[in-house]
Design a protein around this ligand. Structure first.
Ligand code: NAD
Ligand code: UDP
Length: 339
């Protein structure tokens, strides 16, 4: 009897739904919330994700997985405390290949999940992006900047889906009182990125590992600011538990040109291949760097892992992959992307 009573006094673990769980960021978030003692429900349709990223979680009692497309009605039995909506193609090559699914998961998918959050009285955090700023005229980008986006260009399917996602999330917050959080994620990297997703870091490291030339798009003077995945996850964890419902930038403000970045990868990998230059894809942002003053003052957050450290960890991951997965790159995708 005493045992029964003391069992019922144990607080129930919080239940969290993570969409895009089999992807790069979703899988790291699953790891973090499992480690914090949450009951984690992963959901993914595997369109750009890989079960290998969460294979190690299937034996855990506090993890379950639904193979489901969130652009269709989402049902989760039982209570739900939090939703992290990370499902969406995220690399320019992916969203060029599957533009309609990209629009749907950002719009219909977000609507479905907000409906679920409302029904369950759950707090929902959405993964927005620095792409809402488009090709920015202001550098660094503060959250107040409205952006410079071409809605009908190749990146429009992603950028506008994410802008709609922010708008509908804010509307559910304002009109239905749903507890919402919006993180604007800047270029993040780390283990479990897909080697053939076309993003610049897996592209360069994959080329070095396969003994191919490294492809810079344009003259390499465009800039990006790369954040290591553990830092991002910490920022998201803090934002979710804060009471801040306006959009918040999370990223590493250490800005670098793509040419310098390529040279760092050449040094890191020791490749003897040369750099080759291709056309710059349409609407490729010329500069990108987060203003993180809000994250610093409201969450007490700032990135801790510098690029040298983060790149070493990421390179070790790619080196550990089999020869078979190294060969997976689809060259035809590069050819159609930057013509
Ligand atoms: P990813 O492609 O590795 O992961 C996305 C996951 O979502 C994949 O597992 C994919 O299968 C899944 N998915 C896509 N459509 C789905 C659908 N309709 N239903 C269910 N699952 C679906 O990409 P990522 O880098 O992990 O990005 C995750 C999220 O973070 C995305 O929303 C992306 O826009 C956002 N984001 C990422 C970055 C970054 O630098 N990695 C930057 C800004 C924003
Ligand atoms: N890029 C490049 N070579 C590649 C892949 C990408 O020079 O093989 C450039 C791309 O044109 C962009 C930057 O690297 O300027 C970052 O591209 P990514 O696709 O990683 O993300 P983005 O920040 O553009 O969404």
């Amino acid at each position: 009897m005493e045992n029964e009573l003391s069992k019922s006094n144990i607080p129930k673990a919080k239940r969290i739904l993570i969409t895009g769980a089999a992807g790069f960021l979703g899988s790291h978030l699953c790891d973090r919330f499992i480690a914090e003692g949450y009951q984690v429900i992963g959901m993914d349709n595997l369109i750009t994700g890989d079960l290998a990223n969460i294979e190690h979680l299937f034996s855990r009692e506090n993890f379950e997985f639904y193979h489901h497309d969130v652009s269709k009605f989402v049902h989760i039995p039982g209570d739900l405390d939090y939703i992290l909506h990370f499902a969406s193609p995220a690399s320019p090559i992916d969203y060029l290949k599957i533009p309609i699914q990209t629009l749907k998961v950002g719009s219909l998918g977000t609507h479905n999940l907000l409906g679920l959050a409302r029904a369950k009285n759950a707090r929902m955090l959405i993964a927005s992006t620095s792409e809402v700023y488009g090709d920015p005229n202001v550098n660094p980008q503060p959250e107040e900047y409205w952006g410079n986006v071409n809605p009908v260009g190749p990146r429009g399917v992603y950028d506008e889906a994410k802008r709609f996602q922010e708008a509908i999330t804010m509307a559910y917050h304002t009109f239905h009182g749903v507890e919402t959080r919006i993180v604007r994620i800047f270029n993040t990297y780390g283990p479990r990125m897909r080697l053939n997703d076309g993003r610049v870091l897996p592209a360069f490291i994959g080329q070095a590992l396969r003994g191919e030339d490294l492809t810079i798009f344009g003259d390499g003077s465009q800039t990006r600011s790369f954040c290591y995945v553990d830092d991002l996850v910490e920022g998201i964890y803090r934002l979710l538990h804060s009471d801040y419902s306006q959009p918040m930038n999370i990223g590493n403000p250490d800005e670098i040109t793509i040419k310098q970045f390529c040279e760092e990868i050449i040094k890191l990998t020791g490749t003897t291949q040369k750099i080759v230059y291709h056309n710059l894809p349409q609407d490729d942002p010329k500069q990108r760097r987060p203003n993180i003053e809000k994250a610093q003052s409201i969450l007490g957050w700032e990135p801790k892992v510098n690029r040298a450290e983060g790149l070493k960890l990421t390179y070790a991951y790619f080196q550990s992959l089999s020869q078979e997965s190294l060969a997976k790159i689809e060259h035809k995708d590069f050819a159609s992307y930057n013509k």
